[in-house]
Design a binder for this molecule. Structure first.
Ligand code: BGC
Ligand code: NOJ
Length: 812
């Protein structure tokens, strides 16, 4: 069952039934100022950091679901309704929510009145714009009462949810004309406030929540709206809100627009005040005046659209399959931008409080984003590397606001350092900017111990070889990519967190075959980088370690029909046929086949066949099999999940592309694509009632074959799945891959795929690539013609001439 449809031309998903199986959301803003918005206008706003600079409040896991947001109440005689259906839930005559690229338009119609609300954050602006358009489609005059509503969060979203003995006394507002200012704590240590304005005179306002709602009413029935008149309250403590009250008269056929601005201001210490206790409103007024007419708002939206036209023109495919094209050209790239901005911090599954930017996550996210805005990727690489320790280890997470490592989570995840090589190499291959390697980058944010970024890569590489276990495989530390395979944790206290509790790494024999595979892949990248820099001795030194690791994996990481997953604390095998449960895991088989380890000896095809046989399911490849059915103290969190969920045999979508890429290494395009379509959301739109999350973005996890309800997804939006699928499908399956010296063309497609065209902008030139597959092959480039002349390899040169180039590729 579907709840809407794709509108590819406008790059929108159009929801036509507000009762989606889960809130289907969108993100506004793409740099500093952000909002999350659901299809019924739920959600919240923050500046940079969803924990420390939360502007509006949100209550996660609430009843009903998704309560609180940017609401409008329209009172038409005795009928009160909201354009997004919620919170009033008055039956609408028409409803439509269009989620687009960083904007959302929600439209409702009731009794001949249409209310359309456009929500977006203009480029380079610390404010959300809400343009409300009311239209009278009747033959009568309509007299409407409109109430806006936002609820201020007292800034720190964590303390906002817990410290009520303080919070209920601190809230402060100022009201001036049609602008409501939220200035809680501004008098003391804060240099920022928020505001909510509208571009017309108001007939009233409210800023005290309980006066607005009535203490015992919900979002669906504010007392003030029922009374049809605001109370002009000024909040003193308790819970400040902002609501404007506007009386509107519409002639038959008439439309009126109202522009609301929800913004954020920072003032310098000596410019904080206008007069005693009266805040300096200059910056707020400047922003409000930038958007005080519909023309200005429409121009800002046009700019935002142009921005996305440009971003999405860098890679686009035309394959004749709409489901594929809309993912590659629009939604997957869009999701990559969002994961780049937020890492795993703020979604409808991540509270914005618990997690900041992940070291491994952000490096992986980069790979899906770097072609869009390489300068921002560059800055991100430096930020991430700055949280590394001199020995190559690193903080697992850092806070976006402070860019400092997060002490609560700490470090010791032994895969983390290697992802910095991936991030950096992806950036250089895209841009050719080797200069980034010369940047001086601090360790642990201490500039007195800065070294070049290249040195950071060296310590990343060395961190693995300095931490090898008894078989010569990498020690796992707290965990590798699989946060839940906690081999040194031994937690027997339910009040402990698997993620943060003290680990017993001393004397542990726990080794990871996944890190070993990862090391081979990124170790080789490191070797090549060294060679390109003329550091031949270093290249040779590194190559030796990589070669040794390949041998060690073949010797100690192979189980006969697939790659082992790990060795536990005591040195016992994990992911082996010898085990009773979880005989086989996806991660090590992904990485070792991506690395082509034992390809000649047939290990790769054997491992991939085992994955197909034991891990594949209707809804994707599960993480391990058989699922754990009891708690293994020596394995930790992974065995804490019920069978089929999350890291315990869920379809953990993030790692499915590793197998897809592995399949391309052995040339099995049919299988790679079969896997792709199983988890790609646009192919799941028809089963939305089962899949549950948005059909336009990937979810982290889909319940696996052992679960109660296989196929049900959770944790959409903020997942490494976005970048890995984009990377796999664009670079290894459609096969257009940036490399140091040009664009490599190496598709691996299903035999029945006749061909496709790709437009790729790369280092200042545009490549119009036409790929034909006349003989129904999977892989192999027979012929490449560039601008009418044969090209003697499948590497397209760097033109850098600002021109378009015609490329014809024949597979065979
Ligand atoms: C989740 C993992 C996640 C980790 C992050 C765990 O509880 O299951 O998926 O990576 O938390 O800290
Ligand atoms: C989500 C985390 O963000 C990521 O870092 C981790 O690799 C996966 N879960 C798997 O546990």
């Amino acid at each position: 069952m579907k709840f809407g449809h794709f509108d590819d031309k406008n790059r929108e998903y159009v929801i036509t039934n507000p009762q989606t199986p889960w809130p289907w959301i969108n993100y506004l803003g793409n740099e500093d100022f952000f909002s999350l918005i659901s299809n019924t206008a739920g959600g919240y706003t923050f500046y940079k950091d969803a924990k420390f600079r939360r502007l509006t409040r949100y209550r996660y896991n609430n009843v009903p679901m998704d309560s609180g947001g940017k609401y409008f109440y329209i009172k038409d005689n005795d009928t009160v309704w909201s354009p997004g259906w919620k919170p009033c839930k008055t039956k609408l005559d028409k409803y439509e929510c269009r989620h687009g690229m960083n904007y959302t338009n929600i439209l409702g119609e009731k009794n001949g009145v249409t209310a359309s609300v456009l929500y977006f954050v203009p480029l380079k602006t610390w404010a959300e714009i809400q343009k409300l358009t009311l239209t009278n489609n009747t033959k009568e005059i309509k007299k409407l009462k409109v109430f806006s509503f936002v609820e201020w969060c007292l800034w720190n979203a964590a303390s906002d949810m817990e410290n009520f003995q303080r919070n209920f006394s601190t809230g402060e507002v100022e009201i001036e004309g049609s602008v409501i200012y939220h200035k809680t704590e501004y008098k003391e240590r804060r240099d920022h406030y928020a505001y909510y304005s509208v571009n017309v005179p108001v007939s009233g306002y409210d800023t005290d929540r309980e006066s607005f709602f009535g203490l015992y009413n919900g979002f669906d029935e504010p007392q003030v709206v029922a009374d049809g008149k605001s109370k002009n309250t000024e909040a003193h403590g308790w819970s400040p809100i902002a609501s404007h009250y506007i009386e509107v008269e519409l002639k038959p056929g008439e439309s009126k627009d109202f522009v609301f601005v929800l913004g954020y201001v920072e003032n310098k210490e000596d410019e904080k005040w206008e007069s005693k206790n009266i805040i300096n409103k200059k910056k707020a007024k400047d922003t409000i005046s930038r958007f005080n007419t519909v023309e200005k708002v429409d121009a800002a939206l046009a700019d935002l659209r142009k921005y996305w036209d440009n971003l999405l023109s860098i890679y686009s495919v035309n394959s004749g399959d709409d489901k594929l094209d809309r993912m590659v050209n629009i939604w997957n790239q869009y999701q990559c931008m969002i994961t780049f901005c937020f890492s795993r911090s703020a979604s409808f599954f991540e509270s914005g409080i618990g997690r900041g930017m992940g070291f491994r996550d952000s490096n992986q996210d980069l790979t899906g984003f770097v072609h869009q805005i390489p300068e921002r990727a560059r800055e991100r690489i430096i930020d991430i590397a700055s949280t590394q320790f001199p020995d190559g280890g690193c903080y697992h997470q850092y806070q976006p606001l402070t860019k400092r490592g997060n002490n609560d989570i700490g470090g010791g995840f032994n895969d983390d350092p290697l992802w910095l090589i991936l991030g950096t190499v992806s950036y250089i291959k895209e841009t050719g900017d080797f200069g980034i390697l010369e940047e001086m980058v601090p360790f642990d944010n201490d500039i007195s111990v800065s070294r070049t970024l290249f040195d950071h890569l060296t310590v990343s590489f060395d961190h693995v070889i300095n931490n090898l276990g008894p078989h010569g495989l990498p020690l796992i530390g707290r965990a590798d990519w699989n946060d839940c395979l906690n081999l040194n944790c031994f937690s027997n206290d339910p009040n402990e967190s698997f993620q943060t509790t003290e680990n017993k790494t001393e004397g542990s024999k726990a080794e990871s075959v996944m890190i070993a595979g990862l090391f081979v892949v990124y170790g080789r990248d490191y070797v090549e980088l060294c060679k390109r820099l003329g550091k031949n001795d270093e290249a040779a030194r590194a190559q030796k370690h990589v070669d040794t690791m390949v041998d060690v994996i073949k010797k100690h990481g192979w189980d006969g029909s697939w790659f082992l997953r790990a060795y536990d604390y005591y040195g016992k095998k994990i992911g082996s046929d010898e085990n009773e449960e979880a005989k086989i895991f996806i991660e090590s088989n992904g990485w070792c086949t991506m690395a082509g380890i034992g390809k000649e000896e047939g290990m790769c095809t054997k491992a991939l066949d085992s994955v197909k046989e034991r891990l594949d399911s209707k809804y994707g490849i599960v993480l391990n099999n058989p699922a754990f059915t009891k708690y293994y103290i020596e394995y930790g969190e992974i065995s804490s999940y019920p069978a089929g969920y999350k890291e315990n045999a869920g379809v953990f979508c993030h790692n499915n592309p590793w197998i897809m890429i592995g399949e391309t290494v052995v040339g099995n395009g049919n299988r790679a694509w079969e896997y792709y379509k199983k988890i790609c959301p646009s192919y799941l739109e028809e089963i939305s009632e089962l899949h549950k999350t948005e059909p336009y973005v990937y979810a982290q996890m889909v319940a696996g074959k052992d679960a109660f309800k296989p196929g049900e997804a959770k944790n959409s939006w903020l997942t490494g799945t976005a970048s890995w699928n984009f990377y796999a499908v664009t670079q290894y399956m459609l096969g257009v891959r940036p490399d140091y010296d040009g664009l490599l063309i190496d598709p691996c497609i299903p035999t029945d795929m006749k061909g496709f065209t790709i437009t790729r902008k790369f280092r200042g030139a545009t490549y119009n690539i036409e790929v034909a597959n006349p003989n129904g092959t999977n892989k192999g480039v027979l012929e490449v013609i560039v601008d009418g002349k044969p090209n003697n390899s499948n590497l397209l040169p760097v033109f850098g001439d600002g021109k378009e180039h015609k490329v014809k590729v024949v597979l065979g």
